[in-house]
Design a protein around this ligand. Structure first.
Ligand SMILES: [Fe+2]
Ligand SMILES: [Fe+2]
Length: 279
């Protein structure tokens, strides 16, 4: 891993209005490795995105009038544009689940009411921003994982394109929220508190979302055991979760001199975006 900021390689943040033709595609119920556990693990995260990404935008927007650097202001605008499009496309992708008969409303109601209607209103703006900074470090880490492991190839083509496009843009804008926090409140304690909140919230809601979908499958214990065994094998072979990378992400975030650009992976985003003519 690089330890010097690779800011030279940082690309401009371009908003790409990809309109994924979800309605025209026959995305199967179990679109990821034909396995309900793998599929709903991914669906669970996808359910969190639309409202989660709107929260990121609100958190950064709150501090926008304190930012004077025109370059950072331009990157912030690009960040808003990209996250806005991610939320929109994931919302459209989530409609596929409803077309398959899954009920999303119960989970989404609880998630929106507690995470944003209750918690967000009680946290001070600076903690909302530092939570966003940590979440962005997670999404950039997942993005790196997705673009460097074959696991994602087991997804239906359109879902694969959605994941890869999202991953690339998460890498492109990975340092924006961080730079805003550094400009308005560079205290280490604030950044680390954001990591604690982001970790507990992300893990908790992701698990609940995944469970809410899996429960609707009504699988027998035998079926569940069989799919779990298969999922573990496929995840292991494809590098679904690179634990070394995830562990490293925590270690690096806890360094006092951490900056997201220290992980030099803008080239990963560029390579994929070039391959689809979207640089
Ligand atoms: Fe995003
Ligand atoms: Fe993001």
């Amino acid at each position: 891993m690089e330890t010097t900021p690779a800011t030279n390689a940082r690309p401009p943040i371009r908003v790409r209005k990809l309109d994924f033709p979800f309605a025209d595609e026959d995305v199967p119920r179990w679109w990821f490795w034909n396995n309900p556990l793998i599929t709903h693990g991914s669906n669970g995260l996808n359910l969190l995105f639309p409202e989660g990404e709107r929260f990121f935008i609100r958190s950064v927007k709150h501090y926008m009038d304190r930012i004077e650097d025109p370059e950072l202001l331009a990157r912030i605008k690009g960040f808003f544009g990209q996250e806005g499009r991610h939320g929109r496309e994931h919302e459209r992708a989530n409609e596929i689940l409803e077309r398959h008969g899954y009920d999303l409303s119960g989970f989404l109601r609880r998630y929106e009411r507690w995470a944003f209607g209750f918690l967000e209103k009680r946290f001070p703006p600076i903690l909302r921003l530092s939570t966003t900074v940590a979440c962005e470090h997670f999404t950039a880490t997942f993005a790196h994982n997705a673009l460097t492991h074959e696991f994602v190839e087991g997804a239906h083509p359109i879902m694969q394109r959605l994941m890869k496009w999202h991953a690339c843009e998460e890498i492109e804008h990975k340092s924006v929220a961080f730079d805003v926090l550094a400009a308005v409140d560079p205290r280490y304690s604030v950044r680390v508190l954001g990591l604690v909140i982001a970790t507990t919230q992300l893990v908790g809601w992701w698990m609940l979302a995944t469970k809410s979908l899996l429960d609707q499958e009504q699988l027998s214990p035998e079926e569940l055991a069989r799919y779990r065994e298969e999922a573990e094998r496929v995840r292991g072979e494809g590098g679904a979760v690179d634990w070394e990378l995830i562990r490293g992400a925590f270690v690096e975030y806890l360094r006092r001199d951490f900056h997201p650009d220290q992980r030099d992976d803008y080239h990963l985003a560029r390579a994929y975006l070039e391959s689809i003519g979207e640089v």
